[in-house]
Design a protein around this ligand. Structure first.
Ligand code: 5GP
Ligand code: ZN
Length: 114
C-alpha cells in the first residue's frame, strides 16, 4: 500500500525506532508513547485490521502474539507485565489502517482503558 505509513516504515521509506524484526513481523517504538514501553507489533504484509484477517493468517497472528510474549520476557522494564491492545475499526480508535498490536507496559496500568 503506497500511502500506508506503516508500509513505509516496513519499506524503510520513513524512519522508525526498530526493536525486533523477523521475515514477517516488525516491532518498533510508538512515536507517541503512553507508557515507558509502548511498542507496535505489525505484520510486514499490509493487512488493514484484525477484522480483515482470516484462516490464511493463522501463523502470522500466532507469530505476532508469540513476539509479544518474547518481548515480555526479554525487555527488562516489562517483567512479563504488559497489555496488548488491538484497536479494530475507527469506532474502536484505530487510526492507522494497517493492523498493529500495541504492547504497553513499564508502569501500573489502570482498568478500564479509555
Ligand atoms: P491506532 O490509534 O491506530 O491504534 O494506533 C496508531 C499508533 O501509531 C498511535 O499510537 C501513533 O502514535 C502511532 N504512530 C502513528 N504514526 C507513526 C509513525 O510515523 N511512527 C511511529 N513510530 N508511530 C506512529
Ligand atoms: Zn500498510
Amino acid at each position: 500500500m503506497s500511502d500506508c505509513i506503516f508500509c513505509k516504515i516496513v519499506n524503510g521509506e520513513i524512519p522508525a525506532d526498530k526493536v525486533y524484526e523477523t521475515k514477517n513481523v516488525l516491532v518498533f517504538k510508538d512515536i507517541n508513547p503512553v507508557a515507558p514501553v509502548h511498542y507496535l507489533i505489525i505484520p510486514k504484509e499490509h493487512i488493514v485490521s484484525l477484522s480483515e484477517s482470516d484462516e490464511n493468517h493463522k501463523e502470522l497472528l500466532a507469530e505476532m502474539l508469540l513476539t509479544a510474549s518474547k518481548l515480555g520476557k526479554d525487555v527488562p522494564e516489562l517483567e512479563n507485565n504488559y497489555r496488548l491492545v488491538i484497536s479494530t475499526g475507527p469506532k474502536a480508535g484505530q487510526v492507522v489502517m494497517h493492523m498493529h498490536f500495541h504492547l504497553i507496559g513499564g508502569r501500573e496500568l489502570g482498568w478500564p482503558p479509555g
